[in-house]
Design a protein around this ligand. Structure first.
Ligand code: AMP
Length: 170
C-alpha cells in the first residue's frame, strides 16, 4: 500500500514558506489508516513492554490511540496549554513555524514506566523533544518516538536523544 499518495502538500500553510503535510486523505481511507497503525506498531521495540503511548495534540491522538490498542498499552494525551483539566507539568518549545506550550497531567506516568511518543510529523524535533522532557520529569522512560513521516532536511532526528522511527521520509 502506498500511503505517500495519501499525504497532500499544502503550500504556504499555516505561514508563507511552509509546505504543510496534510494527512486528512490518509485518515479518510479506512485501509490506509489500519495499515499505517499496523506498520507503526510493528516499528516499536519488541524487547520492552510499552506501558503507555503518548499522542501529541491534535493529529498525534488519532494514530497514537490506534497504536496503544495494538500494543495493549494505555494512552496519554499531551495537549496545548490550558486544555487538560487536572494538575499539569508544562513545557515551552519551538516549532518549525512558531512557539507553543505543551502540557501533561502530573499523574499520567508512574516512575519507571516505558513510554512511546507518537506524532504525525517530525520536523525540527522541538515538539517531540519537549514531550521527552515532560516524560522524563515524571520519571518515565522514553522507548521510542515514532511518526508517520519525517522531514529529513530539518534534522529533527539529530535533536532527539531517543530511538526514532517513521514510515516515510521527505
Ligand atoms: P517540530 O517541533 O518542528 O518537529 O514540529 C512538529 C509538529 O508540528 C508536529 O506536531 C507536526 O504536526 C507539526 N508540523 C511541523 N511542520 C509540519 C509540516 N510541514 N506539515 C504538517 N505538520 C507540521
Amino acid at each position: 500500500m502506498n500511503i505517500r499518495d495519501l499525504i497532500r502538500d499544502i503550500p504556504d500553510f499555516p505561514k508563507p514558506g511552509i509546505v504543510f503535510k496534510d494527512i486528512t486523505p490518509l485518515l479518510a481511507d479506512s485501509e490506509a489508516l489500519v495499515h499505517c497503525a499496523d506498520q507503526l506498531a510493528r516499528l516499536c521495540p519488541t524487547d520492552i513492554k510499552v506501558d503507555k503511548v503518548i499522542g501529541i495534540e491534535a493529529r498525534g491522538f488519532i494514530l497514537g490511540g490506534m497504536i496503544a490498542q495494538r500494543l495493549d498499552a494505555g494512552f496519554i494525551p499531551v495537549r496545548k496549554k490550558g486544555k487538560l483539566p487536572s494538575k499539569v507539568n508544562s513545557k515551552r518549545y519551538g516549532l518549525e513555524y512558531g512557539e507553543d506550550v505543551l502540557e501533561i497531567h502530573k499523574d499520567a506516568i508512574k516512575a519507571g514506566e516505558h513510554i512511546l511518543i507518537h506524532d504525525d510529523v517530525l520536523a525540527t524535533g522541538g515538539t517531540a523533544q519537549a514531550v521527552c522532557e515532560l516524560v522524563e520529569e515524571l520519571g518515565g522512560i522514553v522507548v521510542q518516538c515514532n511518526f508517520i513521516m519525517e522531514l529529513n532536511f530539518l534534522k529533527g532526528r539529530e535533536k532527539l536523544e531517543t530511538k526514532v522511527a517513521s514510515l516515510l521520509n521527505y
